[in-house]
Design a protein around this ligand. Structure first.
Ligand SMILES: Nc1ncnc2c1ncn2[C@@H]1O[C@H](COP(=O)(O)OP(=O)(O)OP(=O)(O)O)[C@@H](O)[C@H]1O
Length: 229
């Protein structure tokens, strides 16, 4: 369980997250949805232990988010974080050397699923190829919490579909929890169990997607439109 209590994150004068209290329960796929600049990346970075809160408290499974606890988190950054000169296979070997929870067998399966060529150099990969490789090295970790920051951003529909499918095929929800930030609600609607809507640094609402469909008779896009007014 990841718990944030009254968390504020300020960058100089900018308040990126404002007094956020929210709990993310294990075994779910949680979508963090919000407009540009609403605070999604900041929320994920805080949970990954990459930035510290200005105020408030964050715990993972009851413990503080120290460097050690953040090993429980596999984090895919929105930004580039691969070495250009490495091949796909060398990249996988590098990540395997960095994380004790890296599953090489799973990485091989992911590599094939993502149609990546082992000898291809990162610098020769397309944008979609880089996204698929980042996803491969992130999902190959058997970390209890997997945090993906905008994994579908800027990708064509075929790649988006492959990436969304990989979430269901390669996650073990009996042991893992996925938190994914996105604008592409439609592609991820089928896989998300819980949605957290964020606006201007505040978590507006956390809701069960099944509940939105059944009780409110709406799809996620309609529900979001109503929420934003
Ligand atoms: N390192 C930083 N220094 C200063 N301001 C920052 C920094 N990182 C983020 N911000 C600001 O904090 C606010 C929230 O940013 P954040 O990246 O968390 O939003 P986001 O919802 O992920 O946006 P996007 O969808 O565009 O990636 C924005 O106004 C952004 O400009």
């Amino acid at each position: 369980m990841i718990k944030l209590e009254h968390v504020t994150k300020r960058y100089l004068r900018k308040v990126a997250l404002d007094d956020v209290t929210v709990t993310f329960h294990p075994g779910n796929i949680i979508g963090i949805i919000g407009e540009n600049g609403s605070g999604k990346s900041t929320l994920l970075k805080l949970m990954a232990g990459l930035v510290s809160p200005t105020r408030g408290n964050i715990t993972i499974d009851g413990g503080p988010v120290t460097r050690k606890a953040s090993k429980k988190v596999a984090y895919l950054s929105e930004r580039e974080e691969l070495y250009d000169c490495f091949t796909v296979r060398e990249t996988i070997a590098f990540f395997a050397s960095q994380f004790p929870d890296f599953d090489r067998e799973k990485a091989e399966k992911l590599m094939r699923f993502m149609s990546l060529k082992p000898q291809q150099r990162v610098k020769h990969l397309s944008k979609g190829g880089v996204a698929r490789l980042k996803m491969t090295v992130t999902l190959a970790r058997n970390a209890p919490f997997v945090l993906l920051d905008e994994p579908l951003s800027g990708l064509d529909p075929f790649v988006r579909e492959a990436v969304a499918e990989s979430l269901l095929s390669f996650l073990d929800l009996s042991r893992q929890t996925l938190i994914v930030s996105t604008h592409e609600i439609q592609e991820l609607e089928q896989v998300i169990d819980t949605v957290a809507v964020i606006r201007d640094g505040k978590v507006l609402k956390v809701a069960d997607v099944e509940d939105i469909r059944e009780t409110k008779g709406k799809n996620l896009v309609e529900w979001m439109r109503e929420l934003y007014g």
